[in-house]
Design a protein around this ligand. Structure first.
Ligand SMILES: [Zn+2]
Length: 187
């Protein structure tokens, strides 16, 4: 397992700075639900998102999609790196993420009432352990690891995103996602 307390956030390769993602038990980088500068940034984001969500009807559950480690690298939720697969493979993978059965409806903890009362919720992508935070002070100040499986669920980089080079292969994600939606409409 990772050396939790001394996790180095920056990886230098050829004089470029990358986010140094923690590694799983097989030494492979994994997807992390929340990777942001610090707690203040996270709270600011949550506040702004709530305003947007109330104004434009954006589902609050989608918030974590904007905070995850894939802003900084090409590691997908299932651990696959975009650089290691073809565009067609990526498309079929994303299709499964997008059209997976609605987990929120089946999740015992995710009744609408509970969702309303929380400011942040995280499902551990590895073991499914559910974390929810009700008040600003409940949100951890430090990097946080799943109590069940030990994987990182919140990492604070102490840097803005611009500090890091993107690690991996960049794919025209939006285009791929639009194609998936279009094909689904046509089916
Ligand atoms: Zn876990």
């Amino acid at each position: 397992m990772d050396n939790k307390k001394h996790h180095n956030k920056i990886k230098m390769v050829n004089n470029k700075k990358y986010f140094n993602t923690p590694l799983d038990e097989n030494g492979k980088p994994y997807w992390i639900p929340i990777v942001v500068k610090n707690k203040d940034f996270l709270l600011g984001f949550i506040e702004a998102y709530n305003v947007a969500s109330a104004s434009f009807g954006i589902p609050i559950e989608d918030m974590e999609l904007l905070l995850s480690s894939d802003r900084l690298n090409d590691v997908l939720m299932d651990g696959t790196r975009i650089g290691n697969i073809t565009r067609a493979e990526l498309k079929s993978k994303l299709k499964k993420f997008i059209y997976k059965p609605d987990k929120d409806e089946n999740h015992p903890d995710n009744s609408a009432k509970i969702l309303d009362e929380q400011i942040l919720m995280i499902d551990c992508p590895n073991c499914g352990m559910f974390y929810s935070f009700k008040e600003e002070e409940d949100i951890p100040k430090k990097d946080t690891y799943c109590v069940t499986c030990g994987r990182a669920i919140i990492i604070y980089t102490n840097r803005t995103d611009n500090f890091f080079h993107y690690d991996g292969k960049q794919m025209d994600m939006e285009k791929v996602i639009n194609e998936i939606h279009k094909e689904a409409d046509e089916e």
